[in-house]
Write a protein that binds this ligand. Structure first.
Ligand code: SAH
Length: 390
């Protein structure tokens, strides 16, 4: 048994988790009894009724993250079951077992834990106090399950600071090469596990890369390309692809990925995408396909307005740069921009550009990043595939 102690929560907190959310904020905590930082505890409402079992954080504003409703024993078997369910879910959806996210935190009812599998290497991220304490257990579970040559604990995400946890990386098993290659839908892609963005790659965009391949043609712009995830997948469908990123090292990865796959029609441009779009517009350039996959512009609620202005600017420019009948593939990975707001912004941008938008696909993050309906925070990536009309 791993649990210990009890936390009593006020009504709004109890109601929130009864509606299916997993978080209880510190302001809804009434009493903490015998629970230390990162403990696993029983949660009760003020009448003493058990609400569920949860991870407790002594620091974060999110004081409790529910593991299960009602009374349950939290032991190794409980966590093995969670991993079983996560594996079965992915198997049912036909997710590539060798290149996928195996555990997506709240989406897999394992708050604070991320496990990504890159063939024989695993990248594990622990984001909260409880998952830090349970690291030896998780390490043994994933070793038995996936038999990796190495496990990289990439505990350098800034969100750990909210939990008072240090930022660090540690490898178990074989030392990691600087770059490994994986096969993404028939293309060899380099992944920089220790230094790259995210856990080395944007696994969450994999299914959108695949969808983009279906619609891309002619002259294509891949703005915010990172290692060329979209460019490499669409290249054979296009006459030419321009891949733009502000980061030199990202473009080096993208170039190497193009070479590795013998793709010769991609031009790489190191530029601020905002300036690039403006410049191409001034030059009267026209495209058949534009992909916009910027970083999260809204890091918190306060920056929402500015973020929407940013999204609108690039989308409006892209709409003006596309030929009638052209395809816009546009994404937002900001947690704080719900899909409805993103759609509204797109309609607004289209009004200013004087064009129609026809929705071809309304997509989200890849299915190995499951969304819990009652936890909107788990649905963070929005992706619209649109046809532009005049
Ligand atoms: N499309 C990629 C992931 C993109 S991540 C894929 O599918 O794999 C976002 C990228 O935007 C990062 O590589 C970052 O370097 C780049 N970026 C951030 N701000 C930028 C800007 N103003 N102009 C161009 N690129 C930018």
């Amino acid at each position: 048994m791993l649990e210990n102690g009890e936390v009593v929560v006020r009504k709004p907190g109890a109601e929130r988790v009864r509606r299916g959310h997993l978080w209880i904020y510190r302001s809804d905590i009434k009493d903490v009894r015998d629970v230390g930082p990162g403990g696993i505890c029983r949660v009760r409402d003020e009448r003493g009724v058990s609400v569920g079992m949860a991870f407790y954080s002594s620091k974060s504003q999110i004081a409790l993250r529910l593991l299960v409703r009602g009374d349950s024993r939290i032991d190794e078997k409980f966590f093995q079951d969670r991993f079983d369910r996560a594996d079965r879910f992915r198997e049912r959806l036909g997710v590539d077992p060798f290149l996928s996210r195996r555990i997506f935190s709240e989406g897999d009812l394992l708050p604070g834990l991320i496990v990504d599998r890159y063939s024989e290497r695993l990248v594990v991220q622990s984001l909260i106090q409880s998952t830090d304490r349970l690291q030896p257990l998780f390490s043994s579970i994933v070793s038995d399950r996936y038999h990796p040559r190495s496990i990289l604990f990439r505990n350098d995400s800034r969100v750990r600071e909210l939990e008072g946890l240090p930022l660090e990386q540690r490898v178990e098993g074989e030392a990691l090469p600087q770059i490994i290659t994986v096969n993404e839908d028939g293309k060899e892609i380099a992944v920089e596990l220790t230094g790259g963005q995210k856990t080395g790659s944007y696994l969450d965009q994999r299914e959108n890369h695949r969808a983009a391949r279906k619609y891309a043609s002619g002259k294509t712009l891949d703005a915010f390309c990172y290692a060329g995830g979209f460019s490499v997948q669409v290249s054979e469908k296009c006459d030419r692809v321009e891949a733009v990123d502000i980061s030199g090292p990202a473009l080096e990865l993208a170039k190497a990925n193009a070479e590795r796959n013998n793709l010769r029609n991609i031009d790489f441009v190191e530029a601020n995408a905002f300036d690039f779009l403006r410049q191409r517009f001034n030059e009267n350039a026209r495209y058949d396909t534009i992909i916009l996959d910027p970083p999260a512009f809204a890091k918190n609620r306060d920056s929402l307005e500015g973020a929407l202005r940013g999204y609108k600017e690039i989308n409006n420019r892209a709409m003006r740069l596309l030929r009638s009948g052209g395809i816009l593939i546009t994404c937002s990975c900001s947690h704080h921009v719900p899909e409805s707001l993103f759609a509204e912004m797109l309609a607004d941008a289209a009004k200013d550009a004087g064009c129609w938008l026809r929705v071809i696909e309304r997509r989200m993050q890849s299915s190995d990043h499951p969304v819990l309906m009652a936890v909107p925070e788990t649905h963070y990536l929005k992706c619209f595939i649109l046809e532009i009309g005049s």
